[in-house]
Design a protein around this ligand. Structure first.
Ligand code: PLP
Length: 381
């Protein structure tokens, strides 16, 4: 079985596992306890917080630990809207965001928020001029992801942040798929709030974080989980010490020059796969070649009936996803591809290949052969 679904989740890196293990047994303390067990756990958490902050140009006091990006997106959007109520209740987001953002916005809309959903072009990009005209005096937040989980398309996040700051609006970005793969510096990139997750970067599932800017401007958030006042009262709940340690280790491995270099190799493998498969009749990349895109993702559209049957045909040999499989398993056509102007049929005939740290040359050679055979078989050629 070949795993080409790294955008859904990644295996935990062995180097991360070895850092985590002592915190389940020898150093099991509660980071909030005052005795030495607690103090050791607290030190480990604060050390992790500093490493994570440093890796993105933040101050340690600006990092909040959560259970993952879904919670971080909820906390950022609901927390800002509640706090900045006196300014307004208008939020701007994009039709291609992850459900962690879109469904949170829709829920708020049912209460009393006003939402603008920006469209994307056929390559999946927003238009900055459209964003600029959508900003109103009562806009409190602009929520645009760094890179899309289905297509890998990268939005011009630095310029979006610049525009937001010029207009006095907060900028929240979901960097779940981008952190560890693209250089992101919260200050230089004008980011006010940023969600991220462990399990997309070779750390465990169930751990993530939210960057919350404390200066120029100072962002205030209403807590969404009430309790013991952990994380500066922004997110209560006993800290998940092992996974916090793992998240910091995973992120610093991503920054290691050898791993940064290996992203180039992953991109070459992706290019080889994409080049071979787009030679097959009727196969096209969903986005265009000029649009900035993560180097490990290829979202391909196959011919109608072939595309719809292909996923089943590849299973169980090659683990890939239909577009929408990033959330819960559903047969709905991908909202991302529909927003890019594909028909329901085209969206259902698309497959996302996402490569990662442990993908080999041989995996790609085999994947090309298997997909090519399956397409030939299905088309009766
Ligand atoms: C872009 C994006 N945002 C948010 C999430 C949700 O992350 P988590 O699984 O950590 O809640 C995902 C994961 O699928 C994602 O790809």
């Amino acid at each position: 079985m070949i795993y080409l679904d790294y955008n859904a989740t990644t295996p935990v890196d062995e180097r991360v596992i070895s850092k985590i293990l002592p915190f389940f047994s020898m150093q099991f303390g509660n980071a909030a306890s005052a005795h030495p067990y607690g103090r050791k756990a607290h030190e480990a958490v604060e050390n992790a917080r500093s490493r994570i902050a440093r890796s993105m140009g933040a101050d340690p006091s600006e990092i909040i630990f959560t259970s993952g990006a879904t919670e971080s997106c909820n906390l950022a959007i609901k927390g800002v809207l509640e706090t900045y109520r006196s300014k307004g209740r208008h939020i701007i987001t994009v039709t291609t965001e992850h459900p962690a953002v879109l469904d949170t916005c829709k829920w708020l809309e049912q209460k009393d928020a006003e939402l603008t959903y920006l469209p994307v072009n056929s390559a999946g990009m927003i238009d900055l001029k459209v964003l600029e005209t959508a900003i109103r005096p009562d806009t409190v937040l602009v929520a645009v992801m760094v890179a899309n989980n289905e297509t890998g398309v990268i939005q011009p996040f630095r310029r979006i942040g610049e525009l937001c700051h010029k207009k006095g609006v907060l900028f929240f970005t979901d960097a779940t798929q981008a952190l560890g793969k693209l250089p992101i510096h919260v200050l230089n990139d004008n980011i006010d709030l940023m969600a991220f997750s462990g399990h997309k970067i070779y750390a465990p599932k169930g751990i993530g974080g939210l960057y919350v800017r404390r200066k120029n401007p100072r962002v205030r958030l209403s807590e969404q989980i009430h309790g013991g006042g952990h994380e500066k009262a922004m997110r209560s709940g006993t800290l998940n010490v092992p996974d916090i340690v793992g998240l910091a280790e995973a992120l610093s491995i991503c920054k290691d020059p050898r791993e940064v270099q290996s992203l180039q190799n992953i991109q070459s493998l992706r290019d080889r796969l994409e080049h071979a498969l787009t030679k097959l009749p009727g196969v096209q990349v969903n986005t265009d070649r000029e649009t900035p895109r993560l180097g490990h993702v290829s979202n391909l559209r196959f011919e109608g009936t072939i595309g719809r049957q292909l996923l089943g045909r590849l299973n169980p040999d090659i683990a890939v996803s239909s577009g929408s499989a990033c959330s819960t398993a559903s047969n709905e056509p991908s909202h991302v591809l529909l927003a890019m102007g594909l028909s329901e049929d085209q969206a259902r005939s698309s497959i996302r290949f996402s490569l990662g740290r442990f993908t080999t040359e041989q995996d790609i050679t085999t994947a090309i052969l298997k997909v090519t055979d399956a397409v030939r078989d299905l088309s009766g050629r």
